[in-house]
Design a protein around this ligand. Structure first.
Ligand SMILES: [Zn+2]
Length: 88
């Protein structure tokens, strides 16, 4: 694997997900715009997730939507300086 892994806690409203953390890996990727790619691990089936390009609807600046191969979706939020804050 490699890269830096961060545990991100749940910040949504579903009680049963309160203790579920998502592991997010930041990997180098020459093809990515920023030279790195952020890869959350799906909290439901532990598969690597891919970012969904912004639709412009319901997404704020510091929120990114990710989906896994079986189409679970999560939103990962970050602060202004890019620090990961939580998922929902
Ligand atoms: Zn999944």
């Amino acid at each position: 694997m490699g890269g830096t892994a961060t545990k991100v806690r749940y910040i949504g409203f579903a009680k049963y997900l309160e203790d579920v953390t998502v592991e997010v890996r930041v990997k180098r990727d020459k093809a990515a715009m920023a030279g790195i790619v952020t890869v959350p691990t799906c909290p439901y089936d532990l598969k690597p997730m891919k970012v969904i390009p912004k639709s412009g609807y319901g997404t704020r600046k510091n929120e990114r939507t990710y989906k896994c191969p079986t189409l679970h979706r999560i939103i990962v939020t970050s602060s202004e300086n890019g620090e990961l804050r939580g998922w929902m």
